[in-house]
Write a protein that binds this ligand. Structure first.
Ligand code: DI6
Ligand code: FE
Length: 396
């Protein structure tokens, strides 16, 4: 397939890597050539042509941080809070993360899949081609593995590439309340080994926070990840600064995520380690946080910034990367070019992928065609999806 008359945002080099009158030649699942139409090599000129009429063509989006597999929902909890219930009252009524853990444990594979697919489809409607999916609502071996199996099945049921992340260190389950070390040693680490033995793990994550796990507990999980040859990433500095990003950087982490409370030392450690910052404005918005991530400092130190939905039933019931881009700009003052890089080339980087998220020879032919003329429109509009066509693996 050959696309012509396209405005290409290649995401190569600085900014958008814009090519005003561009062409993209695809062979099989790969991009064979991309550049100005005037330079199209003769050997591609005879290919089946699709004229884009000046439409914007971008790399397909990548959602690099999701908890899209989970049981139940927390709408009633949301409602109770707005009717004036306190955090304790919500918890006593069975709300909070524990309610999601209970509902996830009770759900079988088919049910978890059926609950996740509508959320996946909402992302696909915006052209998402790569989706990271975490475990972390099972907190026992059976359920953690079941979540990861469902994640793998999503990649078979839908035209999307799924990367799985083991997040056993997400929360302390009720049966281990007050005993986080015992949970890490008796459940989390054995579950990670079991999941890896089944080929269910592409990366390992944790939640480093006062309400979750301390750096030394996360480090024990990361040591096992290293032994198993798995890359790591971390929920760090979301609600306070425990030095999580520095810890992640020490393990050469792919990414440190949330990072609202990240300090300059942490930014420098990430820059040195080549760790990507994953910005999650959906959680910031939902929790009505006030401390924004240090975008200016990340920019100054050249830390690549990705943007993701953090889709989860508690802190970010968001299934739109377009809205995440708008929030990244409006709430955090990212530029529209940074927002687009955040859901393409830098999201790929956060997942350790180098063959996607850009329009360049040899990359996967996962592209989105938009009914807009300039890339800033993708970040500028609110609640508007201008996707015109989705190209996945070279097929429309
Ligand atoms: N950070 C969050 O905001 C969510 N998990 C995490 O690591 C909260 C998850 C939930 O409330 O269900
Ligand atoms: Fe998260």
């Amino acid at each position: 397939m050959l696309l012509t008359q396209a405005t290409l945002a290649t995401m190569e080099g600085e900014g958008y890597g814009l090519v005003p009158d561009g062409a993209v030649a695809m062979e099989g699942e790969r991009i064979a050539w991309a550049g100005p139409s005037a330079d199209l090599p003769a050997r591609f000129a005879a290919m089946e042509r699709r004229e884009m009429g000046g439409r914007l063509v971008t790399p397909a989006f990548i959602d690099c941080h999701t908890h899209i597999v989970s049981g139940g929902d927390r709408a009633r909890e949301f409602e109770m809070r707005l009717e004036g219930a306190s955090y304790e009252e919500v918890a006593r009524a069975g709300g909070g993360i524990v309610s999601t853990v209970r509902a996830t444990r009770e759900a079988d594979e088919e049910s978890l899949l059926a609950q996740a697919l509508p959320r996946v489809d909402a992302l696909l409607a915006e052209g998402v081609a790569v989706l990271e999916i975490k475990s972390g609502y099972g907190l026992d071996t059976d359920t953690e593995l079941r979540m990861l199996r469902v994640a793998r099945r999503i990649g078979q049921e839908r035209p999307v590439r799924v990367l799985t992340t083991f997040l056993g260190a997400h929360a302390v389950p009720p049966e281990y309340e007050g005993r986080p070390d015992a949970y890490i040693d008796e459940v989390c680490i054995p579950a990670l080994r079991a999941a890896q033995a089944e080929g269910l793990v592409d990366a390992v994550d944790g939640f480093c926070e006062g309400i979750a796990f301390q750096p030394d507990q996360i480090a024990r999980v990361f040591d096992v990840a290293r032994e198993l040859g798995l890359p790591v990433k971390l929920h760090a500095e979301q609600l306070s600064n425990l030095g999580g990003a520095k810890l992640a950087a020490r393990y050469g982490a792919l990414s440190a995520d949330h990072i609202e409370y990240l300090d300059e030392d942490g930014v420098e450690a990430m820059a040195r380690a080549g760790t990507t910052a994953v910005i999650l404005p959906g959680a910031f918005y939902t929790l009505r946080e006030t401390q924004a991530p240090p975008i200016e400092s990340l920019r100054r130190h050249g830390v690549p910034m990705a943007l993701a939905t953090d889709v989860n039933p508690g802190s970010s019931p968001l299934t739109s990367l377009l809205l995440a881009m708008n929030m990244g700009c409006t709430l955090f003052r990212m530029t529209p070019a940074e927002a687009l890089a955040g859901v393409t080339v830098n999201a790929a980087r956060a997942l350790g992928l180098s063959d996607t998220g850009r329009i360049a020879e040899g990359c996967r032919a996962d592209l989105s065609v938009w009914n807009v003329a300039q890339p800033a429109e993708l970040s500028y509009r609110i609640g508007f999806n201008p996707l015109h066509a989705r190209i996945y693996g070279g097929r429309a």
